[in-house]
Design a protein around this ligand. Structure first.
Ligand SMILES: *[C@@H]1O[C@H](CO)[C@@H](O)[C@H](O)[C@H]1NC(C)=O
Ligand SMILES: *[C@@H]1O[C@H](CO)[C@@H](O)[C@H](O)[C@H]1NC(C)=O
Ligand SMILES: *[C@@H]1O[C@H](CO)[C@@H](O)[C@H](O)[C@H]1NC(C)=O
Ligand SMILES: *[C@@H]1O[C@H](CO)[C@@H](O)[C@H](O)[C@H]1NC(C)=O
Ligand SMILES: *[C@@H]1O[C@H](CO)[C@@H](O)[C@H](O)[C@H]1NC(C)=O
Ligand SMILES: *[C@@H]1O[C@H](CO)[C@@H](O)[C@H](O)[C@H]1NC(C)=O
Ligand SMILES: *[C@@H]1O[C@H](CO)[C@@H](O)[C@H](O)[C@H]1NC(C)=O
Ligand SMILES: *[C@@H]1O[C@H](CO)[C@@H](O)[C@H](O)[C@H]1NC(C)=O
Ligand SMILES: *[C@@H]1O[C@H](CO)[C@@H](O)[C@H](O)[C@H]1NC(C)=O
Ligand SMILES: CC(=O)N[C@H]1CO[C@H](CO)[C@@H](O)[C@@H]1O
Ligand SMILES: [Cu+2]
Length: 559
């Protein structure tokens, strides 16, 4: 667990996976500069000022990764339970590529009793919607014993994760990191890799779903730091060694089902350099608010005295219930031979479930938003359908069908989408679309959009119409997950520059399953030409045959 990812730090060394490297072109021989610990801003002929929405390095490299789902047991915090894992580890293998590479992921479903699909969270999937890995939207679920290949271009750079987008499977352990090497807005010595922050229970998420659906979100037992923690006297903590004077890049990922964390390392300051896949003008902070699905890249410098320090992921009780709230901790050791527990104290903070302040989140590549061509206002509510909790967006609780994914409907020329599959059609190219998402309910929600980074135009408490906030159109924060505050509003905007069927949903696992989602069918007339009908129909044929033999029935939103 210590610096396995350092190899990739410069981005110039070969990736850990089998890559097919093209002969260097004359182009690459005349590189302007070399990315190094002393100059992270540079990236060959490209740099931080490259508009990565338009331009991508032509590396000629394809990174090919084989992943396999396994059904096993593991004692991640010392307590054994059933888990579903990618290649047998939590987190699964990190996908590492360079900015501009093509990534090919071959996924084998080794489970006997679940379908699957693998979503590459935050990856733009520019004109490659079918590789977004969302069951019921871009594919039928992948049946047990079957394989599927996803292919996409790394048009952005930074940190993310992949996870299952089938039922609650992501939170049984089907997740892993993604690192796309590229330039950075501040210098650091070592790339320590992805650091997952998760909540964790001793029952499976599947087993807890009935309780979640009938009585609301359950209290969770524990949390994990990069896949490990203690519980009572069992388990072991995440540990990382610091060498005095060295600076480390940590790629934080909140992979929790229902926990907003404050992350901190006692006595240390973090320099924040990226949110999701967007590099930002760096700022320093002692603790960081990180919502479900969000990522932050931070640099921590080992400039404290030789001692042991706690690293903490603290669930915010305003929106999360956890029985080990003050014990989701790892250890930073300056003396690697030390075995004692740190005695340091947490920074003081006020419990809350707010995003980092919008004014701190300044994209380095400054892009302005335009006035909207189209806008929509969605009220988010919760209610009971029979005895079950369901979430509603504009009065619709989302249900899409495993065996009739949106892409198949588009391919079949059938646009009579069901009401429950809540399709918003965005037919016109390159328009600015605004969505106002608001709720009078006190629960905050991390809103995630597929296929785009969105601009955060406003975020606050109160009713949107009453507050009537001034929208921030000048270089607003851009990312792919933002918090809808409890009793508040979130206004996001983006351009219709990517044809496909894209999901927008709450990233709280229970809420996704309980229908908090809608889908955008963007530029439908261009979508059919992008579909690989062999992959689409083979996956659906195998799925239909699995369903008829197993009798499995959809009992959630299908995503
Ligand atoms: C996205 O795909 C379109 C269509 O293939 C292409 O014209 C455009 O250059 C791509 N954008 C990036 C950043 O690669
Ligand atoms: C995952 O496991 C499969 C099967 O053992 C193996 O072939 C593959 O190389 C592994 N992938 C990675 C990225 O380690
Ligand atoms: C995993 O194995 C357990 C025990 O055999 C079984 O009950 C469960 O259905 C399996 N889950 C999946 C997803 O295959
Ligand atoms: C997935 O497998 C788990 C057991 O591992 C089971 O509880 C759950 O019902 C299965 N879900 C589906 C949709 O097949
Ligand atoms: C977290 O685990 C991943 C996968 O094993 C590893 O690549 C990464 O380096 C670990 N993170 C840290 C900070 O050690
Ligand atoms: C951490 O900071 C506190 C408060 O400034 C200080 O009292 C303590 O000595 C520091 N701990 C270490 C191990 O440096
Ligand atoms: C350590 O670095 C932080 C910023 O990362 C700075 O605020 C602090 O003053 C430094 N402490 C020492 C002892 O140099
Ligand atoms: C953060 O603190 C470090 C150490 O004091 C300093 O070098 C860096 O310039 C600071 N960054 C910002 C954005 O203030
Ligand atoms: C078209 O889609 C609708 C809704 O998904 C479905 O009810 C209908 O059967 C489909 N029609 C055809 C001809 O496939
Ligand atoms: C041990 C601990 O801090 N538990 C907290 C878990 O979350 C609940 C609900 O927010 C709190 O009441 C507990 O104090
Ligand atoms: Cu939610």
């Amino acid at each position: 667990m210590r610096f396995l990812a350092c190899l990739a730090a410069s981005g110039l060394l070969p990736s850990l996976f089998s890559g097919v490297t093209a002969a260097p072109s004359a182009h690459s021989l005349s590189k302007r500069c070399t990315n190094s610990a002393a100059d992270r801003s540079c990236w060959g002929d490209y740099d931080l000022s490259t508009n990565y929405y338009d331009e991508v390095p032509d590396t000629g490299v394809t990174v090919e990764v084989y992943l396999e789902l396994v059904n096993t047991t593991a004692s991640l915090d010392g307590v054994e339970r059933e888990v579903l894992l990618v290649n047998g580890t939590f987190p699964g293998p990190t996908i590492i590529a360079d900015w501009g590479d093509t990534v090919v992921v071959h996924l084998y479903n080794g489970l006997s009793n679940n379908g699957t699909s693998l979503h590459f969270h935050g990856i733009r999937q520019n004109y490659t919607n079918q590789n977004d890995g969302v069951a019921s939207i871009t594919q039928c679920p992948l049946a047990p014993g079957e394989s599927i290949t996803y292919t996409w271009r790394a048009t952005q750079y930074g940190s993310s994760w992949y996870h299952s987008h089938f039922a609650l499977q992501a939170w049984e352990g089907v997740l892993g990191g993604i690192i796309i090497n590229g330039p950075a807005t501040a210098n650091y010595d070592e790339d320590a890799g992805v650091l997952f922050l998760n909540d964790w229970t001793h029952e499976t998420a599947d087993a807890m779903y009935t309780a979640a659906e009938t009585s609301g979100p359950p209290t969770l037992d524990n949390g994990l730091i990069n896949g490990t923690n203690v519980y009572d006297t069992e388990g072991s903590r995440f540990e990382m060694d610091f060498v005095s004077g060295t600076s480390y890049r940590l790629r934080l990922v909140n992979g929790a089902i229902d926990t907003m964390f404050k992350f901190m390392i006692d006595n240390h300051t973090m320099e924040v350099i990226a949110m999701d896949f967007v590099p930002i003008v760096p700022y320093n902070t002692t603790y960081l608010n990180i919502g479900m699905g969000q990522r932050y890249d931070v640099i921590v410098t080992a400039n404290q005295s030789t001692a042991d320090y706690w690293m903490r992921a603290i669930p915010q009780t305003t929106c999360s219930d956890n029985d080990s709230a003050d014990n989701i901790k790892g250890i930073i050791r300056y003396d690697s031979t030390s075995t004692s527990d740190p005695t340091t104290s947490a920074y003081t903070y006020t419990d809350s479930c707010d995003d980092e302040d919008m004014s701190d989140l300044v994209p380095y590549l400054a892009l302005d938003a335009s006035d909207s061509d189209v806008s929509d206002d969605f009220a988010v509510t919760v209610g009971k359908s029979g005895s079950l909790f369901k979430w509603f967006v504009a009065s619709t609780t989302f249900v899409a069908e495993w065996d009739n994914p949106t892409l198949l409907q588009i391919y079949d020329g059938n646009d009579t989408y069901t009401t429950a599959s809540h399709v918003i059609e965005l037919a016109t190219a390159d328009e600015w679309v605004y969505f106002i998402i608001e709720t009078t309910n006190t629960v905050p929600h991390p809103i995630h959009l597929h296929g785009h980074d969105f601009s955060i135009l406003a975020q606050g408490t109160g009713t949107y119409a009453t507050v009537d906030p001034t929208l921030q159109l000048t270089n607003p924060p851009r990312r792919d997950v933002a918090m809808l505050p409890g009793g508040g509003y979130l206004v996001i905007g983006f351009q219709t520059d990517n044809p496909g069927a894209w999901l927008m949903h709450c990233h709280i696992g229970w809420h996704t399953s309980e229908g908090f989602a809608l889908q955008l069918v963007e530029r439908a007339s261009e979508v059919t030409a992008l579909i690989d009908d062999t992959i689409l129909s083979d996956t659906c044929t195998a799925w239909n045959s699995y369903v008829s033999s197993s009798g499995v029935a959809e009992d959630d939103s299908g995503i």
